[in-house]
Design a protein around this ligand. Structure first.
Ligand SMILES: *[C@@H]1O[C@H](CO)[C@@H](O)[C@H](O)[C@H]1NC(C)=O
Length: 488
């Protein structure tokens, strides 16, 4: 560029660049948050912007005389799964906590998306003593139908963990979500925030005292859907780390110090997701070491640095897989969940490094905060369209995006367009139709391409074309980072 425009100063050059050469990160941020309105269960508020959705699941919980109305559907079905929902809320809240000051007018919408989830988790944790409700609907029955949530007539069974049938994984993740949400509302709604924090403490205590995996207690309805493959130790530490950050109570720091060994260093495969919380916990705890030099926490920076090095091609410790087009690749199914969570952790860690003057060493290579930002930007830009297929993996963003999203509500004409009841089996014609989805699920990020950057845009290929709340949640923070930087 300088040789082409020798007379222009750098700032003039930047001003003269056509806007199409950079992504509209603020538009992507706006859409990434709007997506959560499409996943809402319960009675929609007057402020609902995504107009093709209607009320659903209005009697959830009534079979046991409890109120479990609200919350989010995880993806393209109509089940409310507690573990991924709680993880989604933790990550949405973390996005607001770290990057809310870069969200401008979107911050209130992001907080509303957190609250839609935290309101539900509060109910699930408090409607009956010594129990946490962790799921609504039998997923096997739900998956045998292709129905709009508004028409749903499949069994809305409810499932709970108790001291007799424990679920420390789902309970500790719920505690993490409530604690993280309490930070989001600390100033804007102090009484709500303190209710969230008090409930988080109780739920964490319940998770820690009655130990076991919900995959054992509720095997047939949570596995294989959201089986806790990583066990519950990772969630206990993650929950304690969030309670420590939200409350500042020394009890949680000593809990972390005496149980931290379970996070593992040698065998961590660095797959931060709704199941495995280890890397996220390491990044979260490295903040206290970097910024406040809390004794005994240096280990977490060392572990986080190992994670960072695993992502940097050419450095010692490199072990990640990238597609030829440059996308981080871990799994056939819903791969973009790992991409968005990694981008978020890179940006969050870059923030902690910047605020403390720290850096990462990978053998003889020094990795600075700005390197982490470029790594994250490459992944975010790939998702938004800078990829071999020249497609945006965010629905409704850019000129070309997935049209056959694996999502019941989006693929069947809305109740406004087609008011009659469409029953379980009658919906399948829409799953199998080659037409684009009639309702655009704006902002949804789908599972994404395969290991050679190929993408089918096929509704039957749920591994590539299904969106989920936990793909989007960390992307909200990553997009805020770049949106804020663009307007700063
Ligand atoms: C810290 O948390 C513990 C466990 O919940 C509680 O017993 C204690 O009172 C708390 N301390 C403060 C200062 O709030």
């Amino acid at each position: 560029m300088p040789t082409l425009f020798p007379l222009l100063s750098l700032s003039l050059l930047l001003l003269s660049l056509p806007s199409s050469s950079a992504f509209e990160y603020s538009d992507a941020l706006h859409k990434s948050i709007l997506f959560f309105e499409g996943q809402r269960s319960g009675k929609l508020p007057p402020t609902q912007r995504l107009q093709w959705r209607g009320n659903s699941g209005l009697s959830d919980g009534s079979s046991a005389n409890v109120d479990l109305v609200g919350g989010y559907y995880d993806g393209g079905d109509n089940v409310k799964f507690g573990l991924p929902m709680a993880f989604t809320i933790t990550m949405l809240a973390w996005s607001v906590i770290e990057f809310g000051d870069r969200m401008a007018g979107e911050k209130d919408y992001a907080a509303a998306a957190v609250r839609w989830g935290s309101d539900y988790l509060l109910k699930a944790a408090t409607v009956s003593p010594n129990a946490l409700y962790v799921q609504v609907a039998d997923p096997n029955a739900d998956h045998r139908c292709w129905e709009r949530p508004e028409d749903m007539d499949t069994p809305r069974n409810i499932y709970k963990v108790t001291n007799q049938n424990p679920g420390s994984d789902v309970a500790a993740e719920t505690a993490a979500a409530l604690a993280a949400a309490s930070i989001v509302f600390q100033h804007s709604d102090p009484s709500y925030s303190s209710r969230l924090l008090q409930t988080a403490k109780k739920v964490f205590d319940f998770a820690d005292r009655f130990r076991g995996s919900y995959s054992d207690s509720l095997s047939s309805v949570v596995c294989p859907f959201y089986c806790s493959y990583s066990g519950y130790q990772d969630e206990l530490l993650w929950g304690a780390a969030w309670l420590q950050r939200a409350s500042g109570n020394a009890t949680y720091m000593s809990y972390i110090k005496s149980n931290g060994h379970v996070l593992g260093a040698e065998d961590d495969d660095f797959s931060f997701s709704w199941d495995d919380k280890r890397v996220g916990t390491k990044v979260l705890l490295s903040k206290a070491f970097l910024e406040q030099k809390v004794a005994g926490l240096q280990l977490y920076k060392v572990h986080t640095d190992n994670y960072i090095c695993s992502l940097v091609p050419g450095s010692s410790g490199f072990q990640a897989q990238y597609t030829p087009g440059g996308l981080l690749y871990r799994e056939t199914g819903s791969n973009l969940q790992y991409v968005t969570s990694t981008a978020f952790l890179l940006l969050t860690y870059s923030k902690y490094l910047s605020s403390s003057g720290g850096y990462t060493n990978c053998g003889s290579t020094t990795v600075s905060a700005s390197t982490l930002i470029s790594l994250a930007k490459k992944q975010v830009d790939y998702i938004l369209g800078e990829n071999p297929a020249k497609i945006s993996y965010m629905v409704g963003f850019g000129g070309k995006y997935p049209l056959h999203v694996h999502h019941r509500g989006s693929s069947i004409p809305s109740t406004r367009a087609l008011p009659g009841h469409i029953s379980c089996n009658d919906g399948f014609q829409y799953l199998h139709s080659s037409s684009p989805n009639p309702n655009v699920l704006v902002g949804a990020i789908v599972g994404g391409p395969d290991s050679s950057d190929g993408f089918a845009d096929d509704r039957a290929n749920y591994q590539q074309s299904e969106p989920s709340t936990y793909i989007n949640a960390p992307m909200v923070g990553a997009l805020a980072f770049f949106a804020g930087a663009a307007t700063a």
